[in-house]
Design a protein around this ligand. Sequence first.
Ligand code: KG4
Ligand code: ZN
Length: 342
Amino acid sequence: MPTYILGIESSCDDTSAAVLRETTLLSNVIASQKVHAEYGGVVPELASRAHQQNIIPVIDTALKRAGITLSQLSAIAYTNGPGLLGSLLVGSSFAKAMAYSLDIPLIEVNHLQGHVLAIFLDKSDKPKTKPQFPFLCLTVSGGHTQILKVHDYFDMEIIGTTIDDAAGEAFDKAAKILGLPYPGGPYIDKLAQQGNPEKYKFATAHLPGFDFSFSGLKTSFLYFIRDNLKDNPNFIEENKADLAASMQHCIIKSLTSKLDKAINAHRCKDLVLAGGVSANSGLRSAMTELATKKRLNLFLPDFDLTTDNAAMIALCGYQKYLRNEFSSLNSIPYSNVKLSNN
Ligand code: KG4
Ligand code: ZN
């Protein structure tokens, strides 16, 4: 009998459900909440309300697209943290009620582990080449920026992390300063493709070790633009692409220079990129260059698996299912960043 896992993701502003048959993705439905755009960022209370509206149709569609019925499900995996508590409560309560009523195992998943392990998903029955443990992973999203040494599926060592903002936040804040919509990362990416990345230099942090800092860079970008606007009110409009390209270049340089050092210190054969910012075209090219220079095999996620999705949660769920790592109905969602086994 095949194993079918339903994954549910609701940690931030995407309501998602996915069905896996072992590691093969049968469906992955994502309802992105548009309600936050006018506020320039995620409003937690609005996010949990939208999850409540979306969760039933999203799960229903995921099951239909996978062509399976509720009675065929082997287990339900859901995101238990980190994330917004109100958002997590919607997905976790729904997963618990569903697993209880179907009398099947419940599996809690750490969202960050989900991003890392998304690279193990297969889109067809023909399995693709997977990274070999241990590998190094750069996880870059709206909430997190980490270099990890991944020893095994659920054994991840944090080598470096951001001490303030995440890389995605730096993209989003820069976009906001330029008057672009939220989330601004994809807009910066698109503009940067027509701009000169060397035109402007902004102050980047030089921390010892493998940690990152992006708050100084954001302030430097803000002050530079504020000062230039005093002389020329059209400064942003006239230089938007160059500003986007230069800011993107600074963020990517911070990421890849730390990663370069981490590769020297923690030699592995394989390198993985994960998280929402891994969709960035400039970062993907820079990672390809770095991997070639260091003679590493690079694994880049498919674009639809870069930002938040339930497929990655279902994949973690499947690996835990194989290990009989099930959760109780008493398990409580957590908001803080941790990278433990559950
Ligand atoms: O992984 P994700 O969906 O959510 C978190 O777990 O945080 O990441 C969302 C982040 C946002 O900051 C968004 O602007 C960024 O990923 N992002 C990008 C691109 N696509 C998404 N940043 C730069 N370039 C992109 N193409
Ligand atoms: Zn995420």
